[in-house]
Design a protein around this ligand. Structure first.
Ligand code: PEP
Ligand code: MN
Length: 337
């Protein structure tokens, strides 16, 4: 349930409400909004009754959340979550573009890409160092050396960085080098990893599992939120369907459907969503038109030579051209790029 405090409720009243929620056996999650403070009471506390907060000072109303995800839901928080990060803001009417290679390969590749995507207007540099590959014989990523290069390229250009963390053990190392932790499609339901991401205070980019429903995605986000980390973005990256022409089927519905149900920023990944560089631009534009708060796009100086995902990677020139085209669409739907 959500306890909505009155406009102007005092910190003492808020503190007392928290104590009472905890005494009933719930965990209290406080959101201090511009208008009013709300407190999410989650867990297996006393069975809900509408009069549960009768007589508590400063309480305006109590709302029961019937959805299985609570902290992720719009019922809990009506305003969009906006993640502030080193002067950038991710969520709501901001459109943030995250771009870079699938994998960090060497200094020259990541530096050249970083400079180019920065010039084109990206705010975040992506680059995998720990790669979840379908085959154990494929390139598995540069590991720590790759993280160091990504970090260096971020420092050099002033771009934020995002990279995948595949296990709980890698979490401290990845968090030392990157600004945003990516949890990949294959790990969307890795509960120990979600738990660890919840205890970290790093923003998390959580990708939809390839066969996950939207509810399962939001339940995975709920794990992170319920362990104390509010800075979660959810990412549509295409799902498995009967279609084989494209690598995955990008689910455009997911963007407005997630936004209807959740306040979390929704990011679109048209690269994994299509698997084909020639289709990335059109799907990126569709995602922005549908209201996405960000894009995750694979870019490589020489896609034909890329060690992973070359077929879906844009050249530096193609990326720059796409950024120009996105501007008009962003403006048309009230987003700032
Ligand atoms: C990636 O971003 O390179 C990646 C492996 O993505 P996904 O987890 O969506 O497959
Ligand atoms: Mn990739």
């Amino acid at each position: 349930m959500v306890i909505v405090m009155k406009h102007g409720a005092t910190s003492q009243q808020i503190g007392e409400a928290i104590q009472r929620i905890e005494a009933l056996g719930y965990q209290a999650h406080v959101v201090r909004g511009v208008e009013r403070t709300i407190i999410g009471a989650v867990g297996n506390g006393r069975t809900f009754t509408p009069d549960i907060a009768d007589g508590w000072d400063g309480v305006e109303q109590v709302v029961r959340i019937l959805k299985p995800f609570k902290l992720a839901s719009r019922d809990f928080q009506q305003e969009d979550t906006v993640i502030a990060l080193n002067g950038s803001r991710i969520g709501s009417d901001q459109l943030v573009v995250m771009a870079g290679p699938c994998s960090v390969e060497d200094r020259c590749q990541i530096m050249e890409t970083a400079q180019a995507v920065k010039e084109a207007g990206a705010k975040v540099l992506r680059g995998g160092a720990f790669k979840p590959r379908s085959s154990p014989y494929s390139f598995q990523g540069m590991g720590e050396a790759g993280l160091e290069l990504l970090h260096e390229a971020g420092q050099e250009t002033g771009l934020l960085t995002v990279t995948e963390v595949m296990s709980v053990e890698q979490m401290p190392l990845v968090a030392r080098h990157a600004d945003i932790l990516q949890i990949g499609a294959r790990n969307m339901q890795n509960y120990p990893l979600l738990h660890a991401a919840g205890e970290s205070q790093h923003p998390v980019l959580l990708k939809r599992g390839m066969s996950a429903t939207l509810e399962e995605l939001l339940m995975a986000a709920e794990y992170i939120l319920s362990h104390g980390n509010r800075r979660v973005m959810v990412c549509e990256r295409g799902i498995r369907t009967f279609e084989t022409y494209t690598r995955n089927t990008f689910d455009l519905n997911a963007i407005p459907a997630l936004q209807e149900q959740s306040h979390l920023p929704v990011i679109a990944d048209p690269s994994h969503g299509t698997g084909k560089a020639a289709l990335v631009g059109a799907v990126a534009k569709g995602a922005v038109a549908a209201g996405a708060s960000g894009l995750l796009i694979e870019v490589h100086p020489n896609p034909a030579k890329a060690v992973s995902d070359g077929a879906q990677s844009l050249t530096l020139e193609a990326f720059s051209k796409l950024m120009g085209e996105l501007k008009g669409i962003a403006v048309a739907v009230g987003k700032r790029l």
